[in-house]
Ligand binder design. Sequence first.
Ligand SMILES: NC(=O)c1ccc[n+]([C@@H]2O[C@H](COP(=O)([O-])OP(=O)(O)OC[C@H]3O[C@@H](n4cnc5c(N)ncnc54)[C@H](OP(=O)(O)O)[C@@H]3O)[C@@H](O)[C@H]2O)c1
Length: 331
Amino acid sequence: MRTRTLGRTGPAVSALGLGLMGMSDLYGPADETESVATVHAALDAGVTLLDTGDFYGMGHNELLLRDALRGRDRDQVVISVKFGALRGPDGSWLGYDSRPEAVRTFLAYSLRRLGTDHVDVYRPARLDPAVPIEDQVGALAELVQAGYIRHIGLSEVGAETLRRAAAVHPISDLQIEYSLLSRGIEAEILPVARELGIGVTAYGVLSRGLLSGHWTPSRELAAGDFRSHSPRFQGENLERNLALTEALGKIAAAKGVTTAQLAIAWVAAQGDDIVPLVGARTRARLAESLGTADVELSGADLAEIEAAVPAGAAAGGRYAAAQLDHLDSEK
Ligand SMILES: NC(=O)c1ccc[n+]([C@@H]2O[C@H](COP(=O)([O-])OP(=O)(O)OC[C@H]3O[C@@H](n4cnc5c(N)ncnc54)[C@H](OP(=O)(O)O)[C@@H]3O)[C@@H](O)[C@H]2O)c1
C-alpha cells in the first residue's frame, strides 16, 4: 500500500482510506460481523486511515471501530473523527454545535467510546454558523496542546473558511465530496487548500454507489437510506447518471478494470495531496476498491474518462436542498 501525507502538517496515511459510515448508518442495514471483518481486511492490506463520526449511528460507529481495533496496534492507525452533528432519538438531524464546551464534551465521549487516549484527526462535520471558525479552531488547538487530538481537520467548508481556520492553527486536511460526478471543489476550494498546504480526504468517490457499476434502479432502499432522498438517485436523474456510469464502465472494461476502480483511480490521479476514502462495508467491496492501487491512468485515459463523464454532467444536486444549506462549501 502506497502512502500519502495529509497536507503540509498532517500524518502519513495509506493512499486509500476506509470510511466506516455505512457500517452503522445512512445506507440501510449492515452486518456487524462483516463490518468488523472488513476493517480487519483493510488493516491487513495496509490501510491506515479510518474515518468515522460520533453521530454515525449515534456512537455505534465508534464502538464498532473500537471492537475492530481490539488487539491491533493503535499507533499504526490514523483515526479521523467528525463531531458536531446533533441528532434526535429517532435519528433526525437537529443542526450542528461547535461551541468550545460542546467540542470538549463530544471529544470526551468519543475517546471513551473509541477506547483510546487521542484522536489523530478531529474535525467539525459541518461549519456551525453560530460560532466563528476562529473560536472553533482555537478550541481544537487547545485540545492539540493537551494531547487529546493530533491534528485538526475540516469538512465541507469553503475557501474563505479554510483561510480563516489556517490563520489560527495548521489544518491537516479538508474532507469533502469529490468524484467524477461532484467536481465543485476544482474551481476555488482545491487551489486554496493547495496554497495553504491542506490535504484533501475525498469522500463519495463512487457518488454513494452510483458510479460503482453495481447500482440498479430496482434496488430497494431501506427507510432512512440517504439515497432515498438524494436528488441523484431519483427518476430521470438516476437514469441519466447511470448512463454516465455505463459510459465509464465501457472504458473500464477496455482497460480490464472495474467501473468502481476506474472512478476511484480518477480521484486519486487528481493529485498526490488527495486521499480517496471508500465506503466499503463488505470484504468483497473492499477488495475491489483496493484493486485501484494497480490502476495506472495515462493522460489519454484521463481525457477519455472526462469525455465520457464531463464536469457538470451529473443530473441532480449532491445533496437535497435542506442539507445543501448546511454546506459552507456550497455558499
Ligand atoms: N465529511 C462528510 O460530510 C462525509 C459525508 C459522507 C461520507 N463521509 C465519509 O466518507 C466515507 C465514504 O463515503 P460514502 O460511503 O458516501 O462514499 P462512496 O464510497 O462513494 O459510496 C459507498 C457506497 O458505494 C457502494 N459501493 C459499490 N461498489 C463499491 C466498492 N467497490 N467499494 C466501496 N463501495 C462500493 C457501497 O455499496 P453497498 O451499498 O453495496 O455497501 C456503498 O453504498 C464514509 O464512510 C464517511 O466516513 C464523509
